[in-house]
Design a protein around this ligand. Sequence first.
Ligand code: CP
Length: 315
Amino acid sequence: MSIQHYLRFTDLSAEEYGWLFRRAAIIKRRFKAYEKYHPLADRTLAMIFEKASTRTRVSFEAGMYQLGGSVVHLTTGDSQLGRAEPIEDTARVISRMVDLVMIRTFGQDKIERFASHSRVPVINGLTNEFHPCQILADLFTFLEHRGLDADGVPDPAALQGKVVAWVGDGNNMANTWLQAAELLGFTVHLSTPSGYEVDQSVPGVRSCASYKVFKDPKDACRGAHLVTTDVWTSMGYEAENDARRKAFADWCVDSSMMGVASRDALFMHCLPAHRGEEVQADVIDGPQSVVWDEAENRMHVQKALMEYLLLGRVD
Ligand code: CP
């Protein structure tokens, strides 16, 4: 039987996302009601972190325990990965001992190499190129607020024709938004400083017909249903910090940008945030911001994802 990995947003179909959104809503409701639900009893998740994390670590670890499973946490520094053991050998060994692996690393090639030597499903917890679990949570959060059907169920059809404004770095989040837009039928308005555009060599970027580029970030926000951004300097690019501060100075989401967006526009940020840099405090802490729901939903959607990768569609 072939193994289903989750390395890029495009690894699942639109129909599978519909199922996952519905499933995440059920899992979230059970969690809120303190209902025990242990479909992954005796299953183990290995989490490998080559970069720092708060949300990804806690959401996967708490989520796996809540599903009845257990977790092993590894970092580059406390494993043989930091002493040059080949990623392929690490994959061969770890995947004989656990049921599922989540990796946060640098290049996408590294997680792809790991996955191709793994006996168990591998989940992308962030690479330089993609952050699919975050976009999964962001879309679920959008649907919770703006896309429930008459029965209160998240309905991905509500994404059709919507506009997401991406203000800031052409980074892993921007790339993943483009993959999602193409698959689920919405448009991304991209505004990045010169020199920080999305990389056309990243899979899904050049072929994406679902985005428009704007020089002025305010123009990107005009009429948008969701305005979203990320830090000016992603992990791994710290040496560019000073240059980025100068280049990104006009790419701070403020009330004037939110003011030209759709009247019921939401604001999201994958966090951690730097108030006064990529977003003003009155936006992230204001009434249109759903960043805390967005962060919490990482756990609910990832629980649905882990259940799906290990058990398929269950009731
Ligand atoms: N958004 C996100 O991935 O957060 P962490 O870096 O804290 O995991």
